[in-house]
Design a protein around this ligand. Structure first.
Ligand SMILES: Cc1ncc(COP(=O)(O)O)c(C=O)c1O
Length: 388
């Protein structure tokens, strides 16, 4: 395994923490019952495990367990939130506000709703990736039913001002949804203080398993109605039918529990590594930091590099490190990152960008190695270019 490239793509996904795996394992073989089986101990024991996990997750965002709806991940949670609100409130209004730098799991459900006649306002972002609250204020209409703005950006790590957005939505009686796929466990999230009505989560960005996530759905002040997007046995208060996946749910809760306990120290550690990496890389000319310098995820460094071809750069880096040139979730497409073009970058510069996603298991030595190799690759590409 030692010859494999250094993993620095922790926004795409993270390895499962050993402690998380240990918590999950008994629920594959020994405690395999269906949590909905109410007639025997096999069901009772998994039902108890799901209940405990729900409590942990609810506590993590300061809400009640009944307001956590398990899903297969953040894509499904976003779809349920956005399409579920649209379908439940279309008689009240058909206008939705979102932002240009959202993940496709938000933008695409919005585009789909457009085909059904909904109107979508896509707010631009400022040069640092933050939204302009004055533009948000102006975008509200009497028929606005939903605002969907992410907590932490998956490419540039920027943290949007959730509490301010929540306050503006609440004042106007508009539902506020936030995609917190990259934020859970990494920054404090409080759905009461931030006045959030719907919030999407996923486990695999925080050292939990893939294929599990949740949607927080506010039950009081105000009670949010959602039209289910998946029909069946009526699980999750009718909002998301399907047998609950106990091992994944247990792993999700364990991952969040560990992340919350470690949050302050881990953020300090990741910030140090990120700052060191940038300190080394920014010694070269023509290097740009993407996203707000401090209002960002601790482990995120996103840079654009002048004078190199993006594809050649990645090729040169690949033997030593696993990094991403854009969102891994949309890496099937070769279009430049919509997040970087929203910052005002040209297509060429957007292509010549790197996302370093530093995580729990990275070391200071790895960061030195990565910086060295990145610098020498850029230098040799620039040299080749001047020789041509
Ligand atoms: C911000 C954001 N939203 C949604 C998703 C999709 O999450 P999932 O893989 O759980 O469907 C991701 C991850 O890829 C993400 O980074």
């Amino acid at each position: 395994m030692s010859h494999r490239p250094i993993y620095l793509d922790n926004h795409a996904t993270t390895p499962v923490d050993e402690r998380v795996l240990a918590a999950m394992l008994p629920y594959f073989t020994e405690h395999f019952g269906n949590p909905s089986s109410i007639n025997h101990v096999y069901g009772w024991e998994t039902e108890a495990a799901v209940k405990k996990s729900r409590e942990i997750l609810a506590q993590a965002i300061n809400t009640t367990p009944e307001e956590i709806v398990f899903t297969s991940g953040a894509t499904e949670a976003n779809n349920l939130a956005i399409k579920g609100v649209a379908e439940a409130y279309f008689q009240k209004g058909q206008h939705i506000i979102t932002v240009a730098t959202e993940h496709n799991a938000v933008l695409d459900p919005c585009k789909y709703l457009q085909t059904l006649g909904f109107e979508i306002t896509i707010l631009p972002v400022q040069k640092d990736g933050l939204i302009d609250l004055n533009l948000l204020e102006k975008a509200f209409r009497s028929d606005t039913i939903l605002v969907s703005i992410m907590a932490a950006n998956n490419e540039i790590g920027v943290l949007q001002p959730l509490a301010k957005i929540g306050e503006m939505c609440r004042e106007r009686g508009v539902i506020f949804h936030s995609d917190a796929a990259q934020a859970i466990g990494k920054i404090p999230l409080d759905v009461q203080a931030m006045q959030i009505d719907l919030m999407s989560f996923t486990a695999h960005k925080v050292y939990g398993p893939k294929g599990i996530g949740a949607l927080y759905v506010r039950r009081r002040n105000p009670r949010v109605q959602l039209a289910p997007q998946q029909h069946g046995g009526g699980h999750e208060r009718g909002m998301r039918s399907g047998t609950l996946y106990t091992p994944q749910i247990v792993g999700f809760a364990k991952a969040v529990e560990i992340a919350l306990q470690a949050q302050a120290t881990e953020n300090q550690y990741l910030t140090q590594l990120r700052q060191r990496l940038w300190e080394l890389l920014s010694q070269l000319e023509g290097m740009y930091l993407n996203g707000h310098p401090t209002q960002r995820l601790a482990g995120n460094l996103n840079i654009s590099i002048e004078g190199v071809d993006g594809a050649a750069l990645l090729l040169g880096l690949q033997p030593v490190m696993a990094v991403s040139s854009g969102s891994a979730c949309s890496s099937a497409t070769t279009a430049p990152s919509h997040v970087l073009t929203a910052l005002g970058h040209t297509e060429k510069l957007a292509y010549a960008s790197l996302r370093f996603g530093i995580g729990r298991f990275n070391t200071a030595e790895e960061i030195e190695q990565v910086a060295q190799h990145t610098i020498s690759t850029i230098q040799s590409l620039r040299k080749q270019k001047t020789l041509v």
